[in-house]
Design a protein around this ligand. Structure first.
Ligand code: 13P
Length: 246
């Protein structure tokens, strides 16, 4: 199975998002083995879900709270995300870890909450440039993955997003991606047993239509989590086609 996920972050207004859906849908033909998901800002979730329903494209939220409901102003629960038509939720994006103080402890609760609401967690992991230069990449990834210890009772996807490659135009090279994905696969097998062999591992960080084919050819890469380039419907459609033809 291959997976292509658009992370729009805090971008696009309703008319732009709506145009994206029409243009993308016109240029997209679903294929069974390639999963396509759009993660818009939560305020657009229902709209996007309604526009894309029945077209083989699912929606993911970009974050969710672990508590089922209550006095958490500004937060959205997993039940509400599910209610808005989503099939998954991005968790632990580096922007949430760095700018909103999300810890592994909180993420363990979020993964469990997502799974208990039948949402697919897409757990993001990855090192900073300083950590890479200090040769701490594997230990950082290992710690971030340890949130899956004992909580994973259902399907999960993982995205390896080296922070230095996000929004910088600088992708990790094939060897760096292969080493990281190979390490993640081994860790997933340790943490999840046999189920760890089939968890899709996506790459993220300056993926675009022109480099996606070569990234996808790296062993253990199941797809991509795309930021900036995912807001152009034709570029995103081209990336999906690349995954379908790989
Ligand atoms: P860019 O594709 O803009 O580098 O963003 C990657 C990302 O953070 C996706 O979650």
């Amino acid at each position: 199975m291959r997976c292509v996920v658009a992370n729009w972050k805090m971008n696009l207004l309703f008319p732009e998002a709506s145009n994206f859906c029409s243009t993308f849908a016109e240029n997209y033909n679903p294929v069974e083995d390639v999963r396509v998901a759009i993660a818009p800002p939560s305020i657009l979730l229902w709209t996007i879900h309604s526009q894309l329903r029945g077209r083989g494209i699912t929606t993911f939220a970009q974050n969710g709270h672990f508590e089922p409901k209550g006095a958490f102003t500004g937060e959205v629960s997993m039940a509400q995300i599910r209610d808005a038509g989503c099939s998954g939720v991005i968790l632990g994006h580096s922007e949430r870890r760095q700018q909103f103080g999300e810890t592994d402890e909180v993420l363990a609760k979020k993964v469990a909450a997502a799974q208990s609401h039948k949402l697919l967690p897409l757990l993001c992991i990855g090192e900073t440039l300083v950590e890479r230069e200090r040769e701490q990449t594997f230990s950082v990834i290992k710690t971030q993955l340890s949130v899956l210890k004992g909580v994973s009772s259902g399907p999960i996807w993982v995205a390896y997003e080296p922070i230095w490659a996000i929004g910088t135009g600088r992708t990790a090279d094939g060897r760096q991606i292969h080493e990281a994905h190979h390490f993640i696969r081994e860790e997933l097998r340790v943490l999840l047993g046999e189920a760890g062999s089939s968890v899709p591992i996506l790459y993220g960080g300056s993926v675009k239509a022109s480099n996606f084919g070569s990234i996808l050819s790296v062993p253990q890469v199941s797809g991509a989590l795309v930021g900036g380039a995912s807001m152009d419907p034709l570029a995103f459609a081209e990336m999906v086609k690349t995954a379908q033809e790989a």
